[in-house]
Ligand binder design. Sequence first.
Ligand code: ZN
Length: 148
Amino acid sequence: MALSKLSNLYRQVIMDHAKHPHNNHELDQADHELKLRNPTCGDVLTVQLKIADNTVIDAAYTGTGCTISQASASMMTDQIKGKTTAEVEQMVLGFSDMVMGKDVPDQTKLLGEASILQSVAQFPARIKCATLAWKAAYQAIEESESND
Ligand code: ZN
């Protein structure tokens, strides 16, 4: 990715997350887990969640991939902790719209630091890298709800 085209601030935050990712470990006693691949880039991520009373009480991920996929997974797992599953689903839809260049109401409030990845919209080839972790979290929640 031509990260050099991004503003210095955004590039720095993305690189920090990729080099020192948050929540990049196996989760003890995870009750939801979903693995997704992005074959066009080679990213492979497994997202693990712990959910109680419809709230994500812990989130983590493992896997490998490019800078954007790792930074996005790091930010995503930070942002969804403490949110209800309904809120997380809204966040995933908002994030997906954002990186496709659509306007998202209250974007910064909805996505927190992950709203920085809005800049990915300039690089269509990287949209799947950015959304991979978010889709995995969404599908993990959907599966848990269909099992209830
Ligand atoms: Zn990638």
